[in-house]
Ligand binder design. Structure first.
Ligand code: ATP
Ligand code: MG
Length: 594
């Protein structure tokens, strides 16, 4: 499709204001952001918001954005997720990022003494928090030496009880004043694997009476005898997210560490970790923004995983899923998701974004570039009795009325054509302007036809319509100016390409599937997928996976990349097209007209 998408204006918001000010005052010579997913699931549209913000900031300010796998929790993470995240981020910023973005500088990028693997020529080579385990561990020993951390022998339950509640001050652990040497010795033995899971933790020593519960000596390291998807069995000690995160940011030279609002209350601990270590370089600053909540879907990876595992969808990339891979497979272009991120903006207020905002971005993106084609989704046969067998007329069809440079193509017209079942009614209601017994309708790009006879089977189902065509009403014909109220799409039966079309609807019947504590699986939409055997105009047999089409009056469609001719379908069904999005407004207009 043509790339005539106009450049979007550079967005402005409170985070961009902070960054601009930091560059203006010289606080930072250049900015470095990061997008840090945990590889425990596929990325969703909420992540897309964060990716567009972090990579967008880097792009607008000639800075850098690191893709970092936040893989500090061994039990839920998997290399399948690492690969999908890398592919999804690359896809989302494709054609948007310039060379700088996400490119890992070879060697020591951070100046911290941590050697990072050199770039291997692939953009978006990710960073891994697990590469920093040794450094994260060393900083923990340093905190012990500084009297800012101790090994605690309380069980998880005891720790929770001692921690108190926001209204009730916490109680210090009996191990809080354990000597530095003893804590160091125990911490090293924890690393060596001398103790079972849960026997001991390394805790920060901050303030058990703090009104902020996240400052009541939060844990830094826990014992977890578990296999890690990258470090294997090298460690039986894993850092807590809240401790590993500021250090990972610092090691990568991150200047602005952007996260969602739930982490606002964790920010004092983020700052405490970095300030307690007396680090030589500028410290990153954490900034929080509101996460995306979108109507008619769920967004947490845990819940999406349930849908996948319980086979309520076909996989993470099911086109009904709110995942980036789902949108991609459905036929949404990255431009549309980026336009969506720009449209919703960045704020400090949590709210629910209407799904129509996203749908409008997807529709607008496709409307500009998608070529028009004719397809019949629920075919009924029309026999044009005054056209001879073997007689073929070729008509010009406009490829894209929005883009004259897209030109025209020729479509064949023969004795037998298919029209959509919706476009014929035996006993139509008032103001129905499509085909009826004895009525007339225009076949788009061709001519007007008249319905003379309805042929039915024994059960009364319509088998075919016997009509006559008035070729003089075609463009250039003697009667070209003749007007009828309805115009419908059609396909020549002799030339039609058989295909499968999948129509998608929202995955849930409720805008807020979990409102009032309801089980989201109880409001799955049973009609979210409809599979149809359809007839396509012949030019569609050359469709490529990157093409997007508007099937006239039906919506925007794209080849299903998982079901291309070399894909998973039986050879008898060469193509599967997904409906990316319906026309909505177009339908309303067409129905009025038709
Ligand atoms: P989930 O709850 O879906 O599992 P998460 O926050 O645990 O999401 P992470 O892998 O930790 O997922 O997220 C990576 C980054 O994406 C984080 O910086 C997080 O703030 C951001 N992010 C996650 N969900 C959203 C959302 N709905 N809107 C905006 N940003 C999000
Ligand atoms: Mg998470």
């Amino acid at each position: 499709m043509s790339e005539n998408t106009p450049a979007a204006p550079v967005p402005s918001d409170f985070i961009r204001d902070i960054v601009t000010e930091d560059l203006r005052t010289g606080k930072h010579a250049a900015i470095v952001t990061r997008f840090p997913p945990e590889p425990n699931g596929y990325l969703h549209i909420g992540h897309a918001k964060s990716i567009c913000l972090n990579f967008g900031l880097a792009r607008e300010n000639a800075g850098r954005c690191n893709l970092r796998m936040d893989d500090t929790n061994p039990t839920k993470e998997d290399t399948e997720y690492v690969d999908s995240i890398q592919a999804d981020v690359a896809w989302l910023i494709d054609g948007w990022a310039d060379d700088r973005l996400g490119l890992k500088a070879p060697g020591d990028v951070s100046g911290s003494g941590v050697r990072l693997p050199a770039a291997v020529g692939k953009p978006l080579e990710p960073f891994f928090a697990s590469d920093y385990f040794e450094q994260i561990y060393a900083f923990a020993e340093e905190l012990i030496r500084r009297g800012k951390a101790y090994v605690c022998d309380l069980t998880a339950e005891q720790m929770a009880e001692f921690r108190g509640s926001p209204e009730r001050p916490g109680k210090p652990s009996p191990w809080r004043d354990r000597g530095v040497e003893e804590s160091l010795d125990l911490f090293r033995r924890m690393r060596k694997g001398e103790f079972p899971d849960g026997a001991r933790t390394l805790r920060s020593k901050i303030d058990m009476a703090s009104p902020n519960i996240h400052l009541r000596d939060p844990a830094l390291f826990r014992i977890r005898h578990a296999h890690h998807h990258r470090t294997g069995d090298a460690w039986c000690l894993y850092p807590m997210y809240d401790y590993a995160h500021p250090i990972s940011d610092y090691l990568e030279g991150i200047t602005h560490s952007i996260c969602t609002l739930e982490f606002e209350i964790h920010r004092p601990f983020y700052d405490w970790v970095l300030q307690s270590l007396d680090l030589p370089r500028a410290l990153p600053r954490q900034i929080e923004f509101a996460r995306l909540n979108l109507g008619y879907t769920v967004m947490s990876k845990r819940k999406l995983l349930q849908l996948v595992e319980e086979r309520l969808v076909t996989g993470w990339d099911d086109p009904r899923m709110p995942t980036i891979s789902g949108f991609r497979r459905r036929g949404v272009r990255p431009e549309a998701l980026r336009a969506f991120a720009a449209a919703i903006g960045v704020t400090k207020f949590n709210g629910l974004t209407e799904v129509s905002v996203l749908e409008t971005c997807i529709r607008d993106d496709l409307n500009r570039g998608a070529e028009r084609r004719l397809a019949v989704l629920r075919p009924i046969r029309v026999v044009l009795t005054n056209i001879a067998e073997g007689e073929t007329h070729w008509f010009d069809a406009v490829n894209n009325p929005e883009d004259p440079s897209a030109g025209t193509r020729r479509i064949p017209f023969t004795r037998e054509v298919f029209i959509d079942a919706d476009d014929f009614m035996e006993v139509p209601p008032p103001k129905y302007f499509r085909l009826r017994p004895g009525g007339e309708v225009r076949l788009k790009y061709a001519c007007i036809i008249t319905c003379n006879e309805v042929v039915k089977d024994a059960e009364g189902g319509v088998v075919e319509l016997r009509c006559t065509a008035d070729l003089e009403t075609r463009t250039g014909g003697a009667n070209a100016a003749k007007k009828v109220k309805g115009t419908i799409h059609w396909v020549s039966a002799a030339h039609a390409v058989d295909a499968e079309v999948r129509l998608y609807d929202r995955l849930f019947t409720e805008e807020e599937p979990e409102a009032g504590g309801r089980d989201f699986k109880s409001v799955l939409n049973p009609a979210s997928l409809e599979v149809l055997s359809v007839k396509l105009e012949p030019s569609l047999k050359d469709a490529k996976p990157t093409d997007r089409f508007q099937f006239e009056r039906l919506g925007y469609f794209a080849l299903d990349v998982a079901y291309t001719p070399t894909g998973r379908l039986p050879a008898t069904i060469p193509f599967v097209f997904n409906r990316v999005i319906s026309l909505k407004d177009g339908w309303v207009k067409e129905l009025k007209k038709g």
